[in-house]
Design a protein around this ligand. Structure first.
Ligand code: 6R9
Length: 650
């Protein structure tokens, strides 16, 4: 980016926290002052939330940047912190997980149950020869055994590598090989969209390429027929027969806890490495602070998949370390009907929902009448993660799900950051629709220009982190140089997140999408996020994705792919009229420079499994190229739908 980003979007709405929530909030504004006065003392205090077998000697060793060591000398066991200590404190009968299978089967799992299952799995893995430091791949549907498998690895010091249950055999084998995993834990299948999907067959295909795999441990979920080899073991024949007695050994604070691969767009996926003490400290603190968790009364629900970092930090490690009661759902939001999520909220009286903008926009498309059919009055706090949330989607979430009295926490973070970094504090922050607002206490986020200088209020540039944080990635697995090159070389002494951002007149942070997605139109930098938000602010639009396509006169031109709301007529002339109206609407909202050259009405957008729009594929369409790598696409039929829709749309 040669110039700073244009600040186009103006948003003036602002919402204070509900009085009752503010009066009783876990974290108050004092936390910002405390952390500013002594950042390391602040994080040491948060580490004190956990149970340590050996206390640390030094909070942070930053003598060899960018390789950080947090809580040096300290020892602890992650599974002990998530399970044993709650059971020992007499909370064994408390529900940890209300699990809801897609076909409607349910399981209620207490902390004592989860502890028992984890001890059994730890013993079974040990019997299979897995020892501390070994890598274990986990390729599972959203069933409780997925969490048990992760916790069992953590308990014995094995490093887990969870791979999305939707990824291909190639993607799985590449990740297994990169980490030289010894064991894969999987299931015969899981339920999605009303059907059993097959997982074991994909594992078989992957394992054929992976000589390091010694055993495949298989949970029976669907009962479908599966091929069987001498490496295969049923979970019910091994784990469920194992002893439930297991003493958790403490590991070094910097012991590797997990590797999670981020799907690089073209290059080889990066194995992001997280360690033990700092990671658990930050996810535990942020889960308590950002969701204002009241463990005795809240029913918390994060709708993410366990194969995404959000599932690691805010289904498994954050909530369980805090003794939360949570909901876990196996399936898709429209099975068997489009109100399934709200039905689950009503059934379990959920207090907190943490989901992604893509889901909120899908719900907008399906219509306001769907959530209106359910009693959502138990909800008291809503969260968003994964992409910038468009102001109108934020307002819809607030009104139709939160009934105008739940704070919305828009949480910015990454696989690499491990935990939430920028977010409102629900009892403190006066939120603005579309802004993640402020770095959390103890986090030093900044927006800088090309030269790495902080931009003033009103300016735009790159999001960076100036100081190390406890749950930061420690390296890219097996590739320290790539770790340095990717994150620490763009600016001196700063972590480069790869996201564009602006700081508004009050100093609040607005995320503008990945820097690679910024468009350069007639010499102006325009963010895809802002044009998308302008489109979504039109009452006929549910969702939009914007890309810059090469243009002979303007350098790049704005091309928008737009999903109309359910009830909108898009046939023939009505469609043409809508397109003309939308182009003018963007010009009016943002200025003539941002008027799209072309708007296409489409039925779907290409997304990753975690719901991020794959603008790269849309750029291929806009520039009439054949499609690049589609292996991380959630639903491969979508690109056909778009191409066929284009024939009618424009
Ligand atoms: C947690 C997660 C990270 C990228 C990140 C950014 C985007 C995530 C966001 C957000 C704007 C938010 N992102 N949360 N953008 N506002 N609240 O999503 O991790 O899958 O590694 O993706 O997601 O672009 O850089 P990950």
């Amino acid at each position: 980016m040669s110039e700073t980003l244009e600040n186009l979007l103006q948003e003036t709405r602002q919402f204070p926290p509900p009085d009752a929530l503010a009066a009783n909030a876990n974290v108050t504004a004092a936390a910002y002052d405390e952390a500013a006065a002594d950042r390391l003392a602040f994080w040491a205090e948060q580490a004190g939330r956990l149970s340590w077998a050996t206390p640390w000697e030094t909070v942070l060793d930053w003598s060899n940047p960018p390789f950080a060591k947090w809580f040096v000398g300290g020892r602890l066991n992650v599974a002990y912190n998530c399970l044993d200590r709650h059971v020992e404190a007499g909370r064994g009968d408390k529900v940890a997980i209300h699990w809801e299978g897609e076909p409607g089967d349910t399981r209620t799992i207490t902390y004592a149950d989860l502890h028992r299952a984890t001890c059994q799995a730890a013993n079974a893995l040990t019997d299979l020869g897995v020892t501390a430091g070994d890598r274990v791949a986990i390729y599972m549907p959203m069933i409780p055994e997925a969490a048990v498998a992760m916790l069992a690895c953590a308990r014995i010091g094995a490093t887990h590598s969870v791979v999305f249950g939707g990824f291909s055999a190639d993607a799985l084998s590449g990740r297994i090989q990169d980490a030289s995993a010894k064991v894969v834990i999987t299931a015969d299948g899981g339920y999605r969209r009303g059907k059993p999907s097959g997982l074991k067959a994909i594992v078989d295909e992957a394992v054929a390429q992976c000589p390091t795999i010694e055993h495949v441990l298989v949970v029976r979920r669907t009962g479908q027929d599966v091929a069987w080899s001498e490496k295969d073991l049923w979970w019910h024949d091994t784990v469920e027969q194992a002893s439930a007695e297991h003493t958790a050994e403490a590991f070094d604070a910097e012991h590797p806890l997990f590797i999670l691969y981020t799907s690089g767009t073209t290059a080889k996926p990066k194995g992001i490495l997280h360690t033990t003490g700092g990671y658990l400290t930050q996810v535990s603190y942020t889960h308590n602070a950002v969701f204002d968790l009241k463990p005795d009364t809240d029913v918390y629900w994060c709708t993410a998949d366990i194969g995404w970092v959000t599932g690691h930090s805010y289904i498994v490690y954050g909530p369980l370390s805090n003794g939360a009661t949570q909901i876990m759902y196996e399936g898709t939001p429209d099975t068997p009907h489009k109100g399934r999520l709200w039905e689950i909220v009503e059934k379990y009286q959920a207090t907190t929902v943490y989901t992604a903008p893509t889901l909120i926009r899908t719900m907008m498309k399906w219509g306001d009448d769907i959530p209106a059919k359910f009693d959502l009055s138990s909800l008291r706090l809503l969260g968003s993660v994964g992409e910038p949330i468009n102001p109108e989607a934020w307002m819809w979430y607030r009104e139709h799900i939160g009934r105008n009295n739940c704070p919305i926490v828009d949480t910015w973070w990454q696989t690499e950051t491990g935990g939430i970094m920028i977010s409102p504090l629900p009892g403190v922050t006066h939120t603005k629709p579309g802004s993640a607002m402020t770095a959390l206490p103890g986090i030093s986020a900044d927006v800088v220009d090309d030269q790495g200088k902080s931009v003033p209020n009103g300016g735009g540039g790159y999001l960076v982190l100036r100081e190390p944080w406890p749950s930061m990635l420690r390296t890219i697995w097996g590739d320290d140089q790539r770790f340095i090159d990717t994150y620490w070389s763009r600016f001196e002494n700063m972590y480069f997140a790869g996201d564009g951002a602006k700081r508004d007149a009050d100093g609040h942070v607005w995320l503008l999408g990945r820097v690679d997605d910024v468009m350069l139109v007639s010499g102006h930098n325009i963010s895809t996020t802002e044009v998308e938000s302008a489109l979504v602010s039109h009452p006929s639009v549910a969702e939009a994705a914007v890309v810059g396509a090469t243009d002979p006169t303007t350098g790049q031109a704005i091309v928008a792919f737009t999903i109309p709301r359910g009830n909108v007529d898009t046939e023939g002339e009505a469609g043409e009229a809508l397109i003309a109206e939308l182009r003018n609407h963007v010009a009016k909202t943002l200025g003539p420079i941002a008027k799209p050259r072309q708007i296409m009405l489409v039925p779907e957008l290409p997304k990753t499994r975690s719901g991020k729009i794959m603008r790269r594929l849309l750029r291929d369409v806009a520039e009439n190229r054949s499609l690049g790598d589609v292996t991380t696409l959630q639903d491969s039929a979508v690109m056909d739908l778009i191409s066929s829709g284009l024939k009618t749309g424009k």
